[in-house]
Design a protein around this ligand. Structure first.
Ligand code: GAL
Length: 633
């Protein structure tokens, strides 16, 4: 696997006489890939049907002459203002039925066929011009689906498309009424045209209705992406990529990835810590300038699962961002650390966002590798250092990790629709499990719920997996590795209703969840031997063995052979005990780590990352603040 560095560049923001020097400077910094074009629609097609390719041709020329490989973006995340004159109803509509206005980006509804076709036509135009141009070495389709809350739309276009989707799925309203339980509150329909989108109802809409709408909305993103794939595929052999955004879960990324060649994601560690992660004030203060020690790794492992292991970081934070509530600068060393961490998890390319800070518009406060006045910013030195180290460090190959963690987008939708307790968030649950594994020095593979098998894994976790596919149930029956499911695993149908027999209903594990409770902040249930349940507790019945017990005698972990059911949401101390107990049932080696130190094992090397603001001594090594070390395994 060849590693490389890249950068995001916007030639349309800068005078043309700067391009050649920019390209030369990129090369001098060790950058070999450059992404361009993804927001440039108004310059490519300034008026409907009037195209200006000259500037793009010249930009491609200049960049390629400096030896850079180009990722060309399709500009569909930023339809120009004239597009709205053509399609006034193309805007997404929010939950209050208000259209979201022009004036930033992602101002479109995925269900609007007119705009979907226009975007695919633009992709085809670009493909016709550059598809066989060897300087275009990859394509990015659109930009960050779902970012800025743009999957769910209550537009007229969505309503029409939803009715069609329902008619196809259920064939008759009587089947739909049965599946959704519409007899409850006299919600039965006679025709598909009577069915509205599930917003602005007097009280909660039927969860089955909402879940169907969630599934539909995800399918619309898949179809939207597929339209551009269909336009580009016949015109190019270069790989097609999308750049997903961290903790954006409203659509199924595995499903989008099936139409693409390489997965990529946009990594903003300090922005994420401030903006989209739970954590105590102490945790947020400690990692203020480093980001959470597990957030980046989690997404690296997630995207490695999508396209047979081919994935990139398309955008890497290079300095302070502009969009979080607070925007501290990375500690010296962190840009290097994040870059090496991505490579250690198998990234082919790490591409910094952006080359030069733009002095204009929304992101004028967002750092680049260069300052707006064209002086190097601190990120550039670290990028150059990584490039030099890459030349010395042999390529590393991925190895299968000892642990598998199942991740399922539909479970996030299920628990958003039916949380039953304000703190039951699927990502948070999965992420706490992931962290607990990493505290023990474990490398983790994230797998989709319909993964092809579990062979080679020594431990498998699937917390919160709302509905388990039969193939996963079979795979868990076939492996001897300890498998842990729960809380809330296999306890609802696809339609989001309670199955009979009640869950988890795993063959061989006689355990039934008889009652669930959600626990408000500040309350917990103590567990014998240490640790507590927080947020969520379940009462289970059945003949399975009890492995962990509450102080009140309640079963916390039930077990039979390799199958384990976790009847609640563990705090960190309980997660540590559970993982230790499961590891002892197999030959999994745990390497408990000091706070903020993280490991990643490749086929040949062990990498150690220090997310702490100070040095750490570990196993005879001193790892500097924001430091990275590696050695052969
Ligand atoms: C990403 C986006 C980029 C830029 C960046 C700023 O979400 O793809 O275009 O806005 O954030 O951090």
């Amino acid at each position: 696997m060849k590693r490389a560095l890249g950068v995001c560049y916007y030639p349309e923001h800068w005078p043309q006489d700067m391009w050649a020097q920019d390209a030369a400077n990129m090369g001098a910094a060790g950058i070999t890939w450059v992404r361009i074009g993804e927001f440039a629609w108004s310059r490519i097609e300034p008026k409907p049907g009037v195209f200006d390719w000259d500037w793009l041709d010249q930009a491609i020329d200049v960049l390629a002459q400096a030896g850079l490989k180009i990722v060309l973006g399709t500009p569909s995340a930023t339809p120009p203002r004239w597009m709205l004159d053509q399609f006034p109803d193309m805007l997404a509509v929010d939950e209050r039925d208000q259209p979201r206005k022009f004036g930033s980006r992602r101002h479109y509804c995925h269900s609007h066929i007119g705009y979907r076709d226009a975007a695919a036509a633009m992709a085809a135009k670009m493909g016709a011009r550059y598809g066989h141009d060897p300087r275009i070495a990859a394509w990015q389709i659109d930009n960050e689906y779902g970012c800025h809350d743009t999957v769910i739309s209550y537009s007229d276009a969505a309503r029409v498309a939803f009715r069609n989707w329902l008619a196809q799925k259920y064939q008759s309203t009587s089947a739909l009424n049965r599946a959704w339980g519409n007899v409850f509150w006299s919600m039965e329909y006679d025709t598909f045209d009577q069915i509205d989108l599930p917003n602005l109802t007097v009280t909660q809409a039927n969860p089955s209705h909402e879940m169907a709408f969630r599934r539909f909305s995800s399918d619309q993103v898949v179809a939207w992406n597929a339209a551009q794939v269909a336009a580009l595929r016949p015109l190019t052999d270069a790989p097609l990529i999308h750049n997903y955004m961290g903790r954006v879960l409203d659509f199924d990324h595995f499903a989008v990835a099936r139409d693409l060649d390489i997965a990529s994601w946009d990594s903003y560690p300090i922005g994420f810590l401030s903006d989209r992660l739970e954590g105590t004030p102490e945790h947020k203060a400690r990692y203020l300038q480093q980001g959470d020690p597990d957030m980046q790794a989690f997404h690296h492992d997630l995207y490695r699962a999508m396209n047979a292991g081919r994935w990139w970081v398309m955008e890497q934070q290079p300095g302070p961002v502009n969009w979080a509530p607070y925007n501290p600068a990375p500690l010296p060393g962190m840009v290097r650390l994040w870059s090496w961490e991505a490579f250690a998890h198998g990234a082919e390319v790490v591409s910094y966002f952006r080359w030069r800070q733009a002095p204009i518009a929304q992101e004028q406060m967002h750092a680049g590798l260069m300052r707006p006045d064209d002086v190097a910013a601190p990120g550039l030195g670290e990028c150059t250092a990584v490039a030099q180290e890459m030349a010395q460090m042999p390529e590393v190959q991925n190895a299968q990790s000892p642990v598998a963690l199942i991740f399922d987008y539909a479970s996030d939708w299920a628990w958003k629709v039916l949380p039953q307790g304000a703190d039951f968030d699927y990502f948070r649950l999965i992420f706490e499990a992931y962290r607990a594994l990493r505290r023990q020095g474990l490398s983790v593979d994230i797998l989709p719920p319909d993964c092809s098998g579990l062979s080679g894994y020594q431990l498998v976790l699937a917390p919160g997996l709302a509905t388990m596919p039969q193939s996963l149930i079979d795979a868990m029956a076939q492996t001897t590795a300890p498998c842990l499911i729960g809380p809330r695993s296999n306890c609802v149908t696809d339609e989001l209703s309670i199955p009979l027999p009640m869950g988890p209903a795993l063959p061989g594990l006689d355990t039934t969840v008889a009652r669930v409770e959600s626990l408000p902040p500040g309350t917990s249930r103590a567990v014998e031997g240490g640790g507590t349940l927080v947020h969520w507790a379940e009462d289970v019945t059945g003949t399975a063995d009890t492995l962990f017990k509450g102080n009140d005698g309640a079963t916390i972990v039930a077990a039979h052979n390799n199958l384990h059911y976790l009847a609640g949401w563990p705090d960190d101390a309980l997660w540590d005990r559970i993982i230790l107990t499961l590891a002892q049932k197999t030959d999994l080696i745990l390497t408990p780590l000091p706070d903020g130190l993280r490991l990643r094992d490749t086929a040949t090397h062990r990498f150690v990352f220090n997310y702490n603001p100070g040095p750490v001594q570990w196993q005879g090594h001193e790892i500097a603040a924001a430091g990275v070390k590696w050695w052969p395994l």
